[in-house]
Design a protein around this ligand. Structure first.
Ligand code: AHN
Ligand code: ZN
Length: 330
């Protein structure tokens, strides 16, 4: 079922009560069609949950592993099935410890002919080490990344499905970035420079279309844990304050005030940082921050506990509804 938000419905009711006086029924029906009411498709949280679960079932999606390769093929198939055009961008990058990684950014383009575009993104890789695990025995064990990675991709696959069925008034690009989470191990002594978000750094310098531009971008990171709260991330406030305002206003309008507080979070180096710095596209990060943990993220962050057990359909639904409404309000 679709939800229809329209001032013109109200006008129609007012007119039917005799307010407009003249005009027959056919005229009024026509007016409703011509004025293009805002039709917002329903975000299905079960579908998003399924997309998260399917990714996690491949195992940790660490570059240069079989699970990563198979998950990448599956994601390209799924996104490609919804998008008008699919690009995969494969390259090699150097990780902080000198390892060469074979990585793949996965890009779905909807309505390529439209000039006004918005960019939605998340990272699809998962971290090679549980370096915040309470048990040191797991500090070099790869993680499932159900929340840290798969949740954002799951929400965006569901939005891809909606956009494929109901055309918004704007072109949409959905990018799944690779190698976001191969950053410096907590106990490494290497310099901590630009070693996160390797896939988005590559894309920002080599976009899938020359001179690619968008009105704004939204990054989703850790958007599936129960009890999540999304404070206003500091780089988002610095580079894209109007986008933060737009998104938080819509969240409040939908009744998700408690999850999108008007509170300032920290500066987080993530994919959106490089999109802002290198491509100059105002891009925000919707990311779960938590003052009650030592690292500032959800309790299972970069631990073996970041499994499907932390994923809550309610959180996926809240974020999904907000981003869907942003897309269809453009
Ligand atoms: C830093 O800790 C520098 N950035 C965190 C970005 C991140 C990691 N997002 C998910 N995992
Ligand atoms: Zn991470």
């Amino acid at each position: 079922m679709m939800r229809i938000y329209s001032l013109f419905i109200l006008l129609f009711l007012w007119a039917s009560c005799g307010g407009a006086g003249n005009g027959n029924r056919a005229d009024r029906d026509e007016a409703v069609v011509e004025e293009d009411p805002l039709v917002i498709p329903d975000f299905n949280a079960d579908s998003a949950y399924y997309f998260v679960d399917r990714q996690v079932a491949f195992g940790p999606r660490v570059p240069d592993t079989e699970a990563h390769q198979l998950a990448g093929i599956w994601l390209a198939e799924r996104l490609g099935g919804f998008a008008d055009t699919l690009y995969t961008q494969e390259t090699r990058v150097r990780a902080y410890d000198g390892t060469t990684l074979n990585i793949k950014n996965i890009i779905g383009v909807f309505q390529p002919e439209m000039r006004r575009r918005i960019l939605l993104c998340a990272h699809w890789d998962s971290r090679p080490y549980a370096d915040y695990d309470p048990d040191p025995a797991y500090h070099y064990t790869p993680i499932d990344g159900a929340n840290d990675g798969a949740s954002g991709v799951g929400v965006l696959l569901e939005i891809a499905r909606l956009v494929s069925e109901t055309q918004p008034n704007v072109g949409v690009d959905i990018i799944f970035f690779d190698a976001e989470d191969y950053g410096n191990h907590r106990f490494s002594d290497r310099p901590d420079e630009d070693n996160w978000a390797l896939g988005s750094q590559h894309w920002a310098r080599n976009p899938h279309r020359l001179d690619y531009d968008a009105r704004f971008g939204i990054l989703l990171d850790m958007v599936g844990a129960s009890g999540a709260t999304f404070k206003r991330e500091a780089y988002s406030m610095l580079y894209a304050p109007n986008v933060v305002r737009k998104v938080w206003d819509i969240a409040h309008g939908l009744g998700y005030n408690h999850m999108f507080p008007h509170e300032d979070g920290g500066f987080i180096i993530d994919d959106h940082y490089y999109i802002n710095m290198i491509r100059n596209i105002p891009t925000i990060n919707i990311i779960h921050q938590d003052d009650n943990t030592e690292h500032g993220f959800f309790p299972e962050w970069h631990t073996t506990g970041d499994t499907m057990d932390v994923i809550d359909r309610y959180t996926l639904r809240a974020v999904g509804e907000v981003v869907t409404k942003v897309v269809y309000s453009e």
